[in-house]
Design a protein around this ligand. Structure first.
Ligand code: ADP
Ligand code: MG
Length: 256
């Protein structure tokens, strides 16, 4: 397990868009190496939370700290450089790029000599490139993509394309992984497979995962802790089996 995985502290996070409060004083803590689910009805503020954590949106007030680092106000590339990787609710792959090259893109953050110097055959660059290719193959095996490396990403079934995105995020060697609805749109076998991969990531890599997910079976299976949002407010927080029975949570979901 990664020993340098920091705690994520979200404190009093408020995000206002013109006339609309998308997040209203939300706080939660993600313990190192845990899977923390953020759930709630449509429009509750889940994606907004991710957008603030990854630097896409700026918080109106409040703070997000990863260990000693304040993330609030940093641009996306600086947050990524601190070891935060995310996947998106909708596919964000280039269809004609092979699975291997799609995963290799995740290595960009980590190349010291850069892909340009590798192309120029500078000393050391070849060895570094070989290390990256080896790590890409390991992560492909880990995510069950090893038989598809030479295929264009767009030619794969939807569930495998989502796994390519997860694999690419893992290729950045994150300390904190943000997954926005990783099993949405998947078939039942694809859901099971993806849940297995996420469980294996937690067991094998020891990194922290924040999971936005609608599929309660997946949340109950994977999450160590759950934060429930409704209309931008935190209405419950705790272990999944406790949160699931919380009357406020039941009401929020029935009101949908
Ligand atoms: P969820 O992911 O839980 O379904 P979101 O975080 O996407 O919810 O949205 C929370 C609220 O903020 C919704 O009312 C949504 O319409 C609004 N919202 C989200 N993004 C924007 C934006 N860029 N501009 C204006 N309103 C937004
Ligand atoms: Mg959303």
């Amino acid at each position: 397990a990664a020993s340098d995985v920091p705690r994520l502290r979200v404190r009093d996070l408020t995000v206002r868009f013109a006339g609309l409060t998308a997040l209203d004083g939300v706080s939660f803590t993600v313990e190192p190496g845990s899977v923390h689910a953020v759930i709630g009805p449509n429009g509750a503020g889940k994606s907004t939370t991710f957008n603030v954590l990854s630097g896409v949106h700026r918080a109106t007030s409040g703070s997000v700290r990863l260990g000693d680092a304040e993330l609030t106000g940093l641009p996306p590339h600086r947050i990524a450089a601190l070891g935060v990787a995310r996947t998106f609710q909708n596919l964000a792959l280039s269809a004609h790029t092979t699975v291997f090259d799609s995963l290799m893109l995740g290595r960009h953050r980590l190349t010291r000599t850069g892909f340009l110097s590798a192309g120029l055959h500078l000393p050391g660059a070849a060895r570094e490139a070989a290390r990256h290719r080896e790590r890409v193959r390991e992560i492909a095996a880990f995510t069950g993509l090893e038989d598809h490396l030479d295929r264009p990403a767009g030619s794969l079934p939807y569930g495998l394309q989502k796994l390519v995105e997860l694999g690419r995020a893992l290729c950045t060697e994150p300390r904190l992984l943000l997954l926005d609805e990783p099993v949405a749109g998947m078939t039942a076998p694809e859901r099971r497979r993806t849940a297995e991969v996420v469980a294996a990531v937690r067991e094998g890599l020891g990194i922290s995962i924040v999971l936005v997910e609608h599929d309660m079976a997946v949340v109950m299976r994977l999450a160590d802790a759950v934060t429930v949002l409704d209309f931008g407010r935190r209405i419950a927080d705790g272990p999944p089996e406790v949160v699931q029975r919380d009357p406020a949570v039941v009401r929020a979901y029935l009101g949908q």
